[in-house]
Design a protein around this ligand. Structure first.
Ligand code: AMP
Length: 281
């Protein structure tokens, strides 16, 4: 497994692999890898001859009061896990090199960032779209794999890839969960033992919503109020949002008459957690 830190070296390496006839599949991450990330690497192997993983904690997608400075990291463990699953290259850029002095170019989307996480994290998707564009330009992959755990992020990247004609196949991979249902996340490491138990409110809400719709409930308000009441009954929970929305536009729906996205963000202690699932009859 090769580790590359310089953008130019990465670009040259990708170009050489392509000249030799290989296809490249790419998995961008912020590191502190867990089974969710590994599942993306496994999926990537189905879409390319060579697998490139990037690890970069992208400063432009963090708001001023967010966890950029304390984002967890364990590169040694990341390298071990990535190699074990057959990663060919890890791209590990430095932030000073990716965002040089006088950096001023960003990628904005008109509508998708105005929903869900974008409301409480107004700079987030501008940062995501910009870094993914930069990484696509450096790595030049044929395909890239993203988790549906970050459903809105995947929607933003699909839209941007189409709008800007990147010609890269975007693949969405399912959410990997702990045994009790908590969606895996590098941020779960911030939780105390008690908060880790409370964090299950996200998955439980998802299950409650799924059950309600299966039993015939078609009013999103009733589902949201039921989940709000449940989540608020726990200490240390603050709801950011609960949304029943169209999976393509992310616009809220007023009646459930087709498969809809149920997405939620809850702050447990001081850790913001997200989850989502499709509700259908
Ligand atoms: P991150 O390192 O958190 O930026 O995530 C990198 C990629 O891994 C993104 O495409 C995420 O959606 C994906 N990911 C994170 N957690 C999970 C999970 N539990 N299951 C599947 N994919 C995930």
């Amino acid at each position: 497994m090769k580790i590359i830190k310089e953008a130019e070296e990465m670009r040259n390496y990708s170009a050489r692999l392509k000249r030799e006839g290989s296809t490249l599949a790419f998995v961008p991450t912020m590191g502190f890898l867990h089974e969710g990330h590994i599942s993306l690497l496994r999926e990537a192997k189905k879409h390319g001859d060579k697998i490139v993983l990037s690890i970069f904690v992208n400063p432009t997608q963090f708001g001023a009061n967010e966890d950029l400075d304390k984002y967890p990291s364990n590169l040694e463990n990341d390298f071990r896990l990535a190699e074990a699953v057959g990663t060919d290259v890890i791209f590990l850029p430095e932030k000073e090199k990716l965002y040089g002095e006088n950096y001023q170019t960003y990628v904005y989307l008109e509508d998708l960032p105005g929903h869900l996480c974008g409301i409480s994290r107004p700079v987030h998707f501008k940062g995501v779209a910009t870094i993914v564009t930069k990484l696509f330009n450096i790595v030049m992959p044929d395909a890239a794999v993203f988790g549906t755990k970050d459903f809105q992020q995947l929607a933003v990247i699909r839209q941007m890839t189409k709008d800007l004609s990147f010609g890269i196949k975007i693949i969405g991979a399912p959410i990997v969960r702990e045994d009790d249902g908590l969606a895996m996340s590098s941020r779960n490491t911030y939780l105390t033992e008690e908060q880790r138990k409370t964090a299950l409110v996200l998955y439980k809400s998802l299950q409650m919503a799924e059950d309600a719709v299966k039993k015939g409930e078609n009013n999103p308000r009733i589902i949201i109020e039921m989940c709000e009441k449940y989540i608020n009954s726990f200490d240390e929970t603050t709801i950011d949002y609960l949304s029943v929305c169209d999976p393509d536009t992310l616009d809220e729906v007023t009646v459930i008459n087709k498969p809809v996205l149920f997405a939620l963000a809850v702050i447990v202690g001081s850790t913001r957690l997200i989850d989502n699932g499709i509700l259908m009859k």
